[in-house]
Design a protein around this ligand. Structure first.
Ligand SMILES: C[S@@+](CC[C@H](N)C(=O)[O-])C[C@H]1O[C@@H](n2cnc3c(N)ncnc32)[C@H](O)[C@@H]1O
Length: 269
């Protein structure tokens, strides 16, 4: 039998106390379906029994949190958007700031961060920093190791393939990329954010969040960008109230924090 609303509330409260993650901020239907499927796998008859089982294991709660997340990704996901980033977004950002501070928010196993590192390394070398954050510890471990599978490689443009070498474990990013990259734990729904980012990439993450959590996050991203900085969202995502929040649209799926009220990078040169 499916858990009752009150049982979900109790489970969410216990998990939040342990992990800091508020599951009320995720879309309920999808999330609860995933949790029920985990309960079934483990033979737990109630949320209470499921929680007790997680607590009884050394890394049970981390195991659960890692499985909550859908961390599908790939290098150069939507390659046409990376082409626009290379031809338009990065050159414009570099006119304002020669060393870029970039954030891959909800980075999963680091494919997005490594893709941007490859573009910077090849076309715009400098003292850039790319920070990747996620709540999924197993994904972060993989991101730090720079390990990918053959499937991750399918959209990598030819000129960037040299940054991903073949090793016994599969595909491994070359050390040239690693110098730009840093991966750490970060909860987008609770943390205070760093500031002065030139570029924030948050793609295919907010699809799991409630509408109000999404709006709050987009407002926090705006505050975390420096004037002129850009937010890059996923190819099925749109910020409906972008102007009301204070963004201008630089290109489809790229939103900019205005430099001044009337001056954007398109007419800034
Ligand atoms: C589908 S992946 C997206 C990966 C990459 N951005 C891309 O587009 O290929 C979604 C990621 O969001 C992460 N995530 C979910 N909730 C999060 C939260 N509250 N804070 C940070 N990351 C979160 C998941 O762990 C997962 O790795």
């Amino acid at each position: 039998m499916l858990p009752k609303p009150q049982e979900w509330d109790q489970f969410y409260a216990k998990f939040k106390a342990k992990s800091g993650l508020d599951l009320h901020l995720y879309k309920a239907t999808q999330l609860q379906r995933r949790i029920v499927s985990m309960m079934e796998q483990r033979g737990a008859k109630s949320l209470e029994e499921f929680w007790a089982g997680l607590l009884a294991e050394k890394d049970g709660v981390v195991w659960f949190q890692d499985r909550l997340a859908i961390n599908v990704s790939e290098l150069f996901r939507n390659p046409e958007k990376y082409a626009e980033m290379e031809s338009t977004i990065l050159p414009n950002l570099l006119k304002q700031n020669k060393n870029l501070k970039i954030w891959s928010a909800g980075c999963s196993y680091g494919a997005e961060a490594h893709s941007i590192a490859a573009i910077l390394c090849e076309k715009f070398p400098g003292n850039h920093r790319i920070i990747g954050t996620d709540i999924d510890q197993a994904a972060l471990t993989q991101a730090r190791a720079g390990e990918f599978s053959d499937a991750d490689m399918k959209a990598v443009p030819k000129q960037y393939q040299k940054y991903f070498g073949r090793a016994a474990k599969g595909i491994v990013a070359t050390p040239q990329l690693k110098k730009y990259l840093q991966f750490k734990t970060g909860n987008l729904l609770a943390d205070r954010f760093e500031s002065s980012f030139d570029l924030i990439c948050c793609r295919n993450v907010v699809i799991y969040f409630t509408e109000s959590a999404k709006s709050e996050l987009y407002a926090k991203f705006l505050a975390a960008l420096r004037p002129g900085g850009v937010l890059f969202v996923g190819s099925t995502e749109r910020i409906f109230e972008s102007e009301k929040l204070g963004y201008t649209q630089a290109l489809p799926f790229f939103y900019q924090k205005p430099i001044e009220e009337t001056k954007t990078w398109r007419n800034a040169s």
